[in-house]
Design a protein around this ligand. Structure first.
Ligand SMILES: [Zn+2]
Length: 203
């Protein structure tokens, strides 16, 4: 038992021992909570005493769990079966693991998939000629996500608020690099700031 005790918590014998010890006082509230969370596939060890650590692990488990159910759904859809077959080489985009309010996540995801209600998109679905999809701000430019993020004067106050720090040294960059900076960031601050900008700009 002493040898098992010295093992790390990622080792199966240790986990079994812990489980055994815990079942001795199976009526404690801690045990009950573990049973409930384990039922949802979110079990974690009670030895993690620090609340923040437990929170972090719980959050990670929840993310793993939802990713797993997504893969399961995909594998049931015949057209997307190839995607689940390749799940071992797939990785989660970093922004998906950042905890965001639902409305912000929605805004950021819409931006990433070019689903914003821009004139370019509207025109595209209504078969307008490309040159007619100009912005309502009056500038003679197509309203696409680059215009919304970097140039449109209708959002200059919002841009100043949320994006000016991030974009400060990128004025001379190619527009695609600037878009990548905002759309594929793995930094919490950037993702959150961009999401807030888009959320406020589109409500
Ligand atoms: Zn504009």
């Amino acid at each position: 038992a002493a040898k098992i005790q010295s093992l790390g918590f990622d080792r199966l014998p240790k986990l079994c021992l812990v489980e055994q010890t815990a079942s001795d006082n199976s009526n404690s509230w801690a045990k009950q909570i573990r049973i409930i969370t384990a039922h949802f596939g979110l079990s974690f060890q009670s030895q993690i005493l620090h609340v923040n650590q437990a929170k972090e692990i719980f959050l990670q488990r929840a993310l793993d769990h939802s990713a797993q159910s997504d893969l399961e759904l995909l594998s049931k859809n015949r057209a997307l079966g190839w995607l689940s077959k390749n799940k071992l080489v797939f990785h989660c985009e970093k922004y998906l693991t950042i905890s965001l309010h639902f409305s912000l996540r929605k805004a950021y995801t819409r931006l990433r998939f070019e689903l914003l209600e821009s004139m370019n998109k509207y025109g595209h679905f209504h078969n307008w000629p490309y040159c007619d999809r100009t912005c309502i701000c009056g500038a003679p430019v197509i309203e696409d996500i680059a215009h919304i993020l970097f140039d449109c004067e209708l959002f200059s106050a919002l841009r100043q608020n949320y994006l000016s720090n991030i974009l400060a040294n990128t004025l001379h960059w190619n527009v695609n690099y600037r878009l990548s900076l905002l759309l594929t960031s793995s930094t919490v601050q950037v993702v959150r700031a961009v999401a807030r900008f888009i959320h406020k700009a589109t409500v």
